[in-house]
Design a protein. Sequence first.
Length: 286
Amino acid sequence: MMYREFSSQEELDAQYNLRETVDDFQSYADFYVEESEDARERLECHLDVSYGQTHAEHLDIFPAKRSDAPVVLFIHGGYWHSLSSKEFSFVAKGLVKAGVTTAVLNYALCPDVTIDEIVRQSRAAVAWLLENADEYGGDSSSVFVAGHSAGGHLTAMVLSTEWEEKYGISSEEILGGCAISGLFDLEPFPYTYLQPKLQLTWGQVRRNSPIRHVPDSAPPLIITYGESETSEIHRQSEEYFEEWKQNGLDGDIFCQPNKNHYTAIEDFLEPNSPLCNAILEMMEVK
């Protein structure tokens, strides 16, 4: 067996080539782009705000119309090798309406960088917001991290960070996290169609699989996924949440009815949607 019960690349690709699990992937991609362009036109925004030293390290920040607003950092997906912050501006629509300043993360992509480096950049963005969010109408002591797909993986890695030891930052300043359709075990990916783009080593797999690094203490975590997603996406989410709870950590998990991998984040368009409500409740936004 290559991985668990899977004995061939074809079997694993059927689970993890997520574009092939929907009838018209391009329609979802176009929807993201159109809604994101609309968000940038309608909402106040500060684009390409640098949080690090490299060209790829920047944030698109959408301030809420309130002072000292809590902040959500959203980390996009794309299997660590594609897309950018610009396709995901739309996630700010519902959150800003709810009074939450929203920062959409851009990061360098594989194979130009390794997954180690993408994890470092994600953590650096959180550290930057905890120091600088007040310059953009946000509360620097109230940051919540959310991410979709590969961004769900990065959200889990952020929550596993030893903040005080490595950054001199109190972990209590991070309100929580939400991993949507996340990827918590990287072990199958070297056997899939993704390997030429990711170029994963087994050391990288071990270092960057959240299931191997469930923290002893962390803020609460929401895990969610679409009902129509593959069995492996369901399993990864459910097994990670089980490990999270066994470590005595707080959190919640729910399946989104009638949602697939690409519609599982459409709730960000409306502040009163189930997903936004779950995040706002965990953040204690009133």
